[in-house]
Design a protein around this ligand. Sequence first.
Ligand code: ADP
Length: 516
Amino acid sequence: METSTDGELTFSNNTVITDVNLLNLALNASISGIIVTDNKLPDNPIIYCNSAFEVMTGYNRSEIIGHNCRFLQIDDRLQNQRDSLRQAVETGGNCVVEIRNYKKNGELFWNELYMSPIRDVAGEVTHFIGVQNDITRRKNAELELIEQKKTMERRILGPTKSIKEREDYLASIVATVRERFIVLDPNFIVLSANNHFLTTFKVSREETVGKHFYELGNGQWNIPQLKYLLESILPTNSSVEHFEVEHDFPHIGKKLMQVNAHRVELEGQYKDRILLAIEDITNVREIEKRKDDFLSIASHELKTPLTTIRGYVQMLEDSMPEDADEKYRTVLEKTSLHVNRLNNLISELLDVSRIKSGNFELYKAPFDFDKVVTETVEAIQAASKRQGIIITGSTGVIYRGDESHIIQVVTNLLANAIKYAPGSEEIRVHFSLVSDYLKFSVTDQGMGISAEDQKKIFDRFFRVNEIQQKFPGMGIGLYISDQIIKNHGGTLWVESEKGLGSTVNFTLPLNEIGKR
Ligand code: ADP
């Protein structure tokens, strides 16, 4: 590797890396996050990341390899800096940007990203190296300075709002809403609690206000994980979302509470306060459990007679006379088709209850990934003539995994692409090796999925609102697929823009069977 005068890295013919391990150790010792992307593969995926990058983003390697760098922006896409990055990729240039990125836990961090191309001997850009540093502290200090300046200006120029008025306003909200609210100061001392909080926990204001949050009741909130999250709120401007506490509370007994906590978004003296909203979800969870139990029993009960019906249909097919008339044949074919469809639906419902109860088992054995995937795609193509499915890429890998479940994932993704892109003519399937991972993608030019809905489509029974009436489905295909991929140590994710189509991808880590 050589560095040219303009700072670009280039491979030359006589490059000899004598000790790859040493190089690897050096990269992993760096405090800057370092990634390498492969510009020759579709969507320029990340093929290498060092340990600092994992620490910086909170994602582990298997959740990083195969993704395009934009996954760190989640849905904060309207950033001008992205244009500089896009331009650098298009023109093969260097660039430095300060960009808002998000860690796995949703926490914002400012990333100073230096991106530089690597060229082969022919001068073509083959890879990009990204070196990144977390500059959140500096950025926050800058932003705070701007904020302080604005506050000063407002104080001097604008009419001063009565602090008392604000306090009353806040207090009246906290007192009237149905949620149980308490406000903490930076040392976690309770400043106020609304009536609903006091009546729910059957405690008096004297027992609560002025006390340390972790000492309330019988120490129900003194949980190391909750403490860690609450203590991160002010320094990192993060929040606590849907944290569940199951506890035998004094006066009210065993309950399941859900805690959400945020910094109070007000300037001045209220700035460093934490607002906690606590919800009693004991009943909701109980109803959910009953629904799950019902689902499990119903699908088991349906499966038994259906297996018998399938057996009889099979018998009728086997004993069909040679000279059976056309009507007889058609009726039997249709019966068989619908019985199989029903069987698949019930099997999927059974999968959902197995996943919920932790009894979802996979049987892993080596299989030819490219062959199995190609055959699956071809079978789907044969049954659905409307859209042409174009397959590109290859992995050459004998993969050790649960073949029938991987087929189920590929089938689900393609069935969705066909279903939710009714007007388009083409669906693209691509699979390739990205570092030591298999990457599989399905791209359609259909209706796409909004950023808001993208967060929910892997949830059980979630279906995008406006499509519910138009397209059949139960909202469990992606949930099951996600679990299957996770069970193989991989990741499943979607990239989509409403109205512009979707790409659904998964990566699977290569195991000991490895390459052919
Ligand atoms: P189902 O298709 O049975 O509703 P899935 O779990 O497979 O269930 O998908 C969940 C939801 O995600 C779908 O209802 C649909 O709204 C959305 N979705 C999935 N794939 C696509 C796609 N390729 N294009 C647009 N929307 C999609």
